[in-house]
Ligand binder design. Structure first.
Ligand SMILES: [Zn+2]
Length: 193
C-alpha cells in the first residue's frame, strides 16, 4: 500500500485512502481502517511507514447486508476491546479504497467517493433523470450523487435499483477532493452529529 494518504476534515472526521494495486479491496480498506483506529488510540499522526501491521489494534469488523444477510457487503461496524468504537464508512472507486472514521458520539455517518469521468456522469444522469443533463458537466453533479450515496450508507440502506432520493434532513455534508493520481477523487461525507 504505497500510494496512500490521510486527511482530517472539519470536526474530527478522519479519512484514509489507498490505491489497492491488485490487493483485494476489502483487505486494503480494513488495513486502512485499522490504521485510523490505531492513530486514534495512539494519538499521533499516521505516516505511510506506520502501515500496516505494527499499529494494528485488535479491532473486529462486522458486516452484514440488511437485505440479503450476506457478510461481504452492507454496513460495516467496528468493535474495539474496552472502548467505544467510532462509526466508520468505506467507499470504492476504480482501484481506490477510501475509508473514514467519525468523531465520538456521531449518530449517523457515511461516505462516497467517485471519479468525475464521463462514464460516472453518464451513470449519474441515468439514475438522476429528474435533474437536467446539462448539470452533468460539472463537479456539482458528481457531488449530488456522492451525497446521496453517503446518506444511503449513513442510513445503512445503500442505494438500490428502484431507489428514491434518500431524505437528507438532519445531515450535514462535507465535500472534499482527494489528491489521488492520475485523477482526483470526489468525496462526500454525510454526518449526523
Ligand atoms: Zn445484500
Amino acid at each position: 500500500m504505497d500510494a496512500m494518504g490521510t486527511t482530517s476534515l472539519a470536526g474530527g472526521i478522519r479519512i484514509a485512502w489507498a490505491n489497492t494495486q491488485g490487493t483485494p479491496r476489502r483487505q486494503v480498506s480494513r488495513e486502512l481502517l485499522r490504521s485510523l483506529l490505531g492513530e486514534n488510540s495512539r494519538g499521533h499522526s499516521l505516516t505511510a511507514h506506520d502501515l500496516p501491521a505494527t499499529t494494528t489494534p485488535a479491532a473486529t469488523f462486522i458486516q452484514e447486508c440488511p437485505v440479503c444477510g450476506a457478510e461481504d457487503h452492507g454496513p460495516l461496524r467496528v468493535l474495539v476491546p474496552d472502548a467505544v468504537a467510532p462509526l466508520v464508512s468505506v467507499s470504492y472507486a476504480g482501484q481506490f479504497a477510501v475509508v473514514a472514521c467519525a468523531p465520538a458520539q456521531t449518530r449517523a455517518f457515511g461516505i462516497d467517493a467517485e471519479f468525475n469521468t464521463a462514464r460516472t456522469r453518464a451513470a449519474i444522469a441515468e439514475s438522476l433523470a429528474s435533474i437536467p443533463f446539462d448539470q452533468y458537466s460539472s463537479t456539482a453533479a458528481v457531488y449530488t450523487w456522492t451525497r446521496l450515496e453517503a446518506i444511503a450508507k449513513a442510513r445503512g440502506t445503500g442505494l438500490r435499483g428502484e431507489w428514491e432520493l434518500p431524505d437528507p434532513s438532519g445531515f450535514e455534508f462535507i465535500d472534499h477532493v482527494l489528491p489521488t493520481t492520475p485523477e482526483a477523487l470526489f468525496l462526500s461525507v454525510a454526518i449526523q452529529r
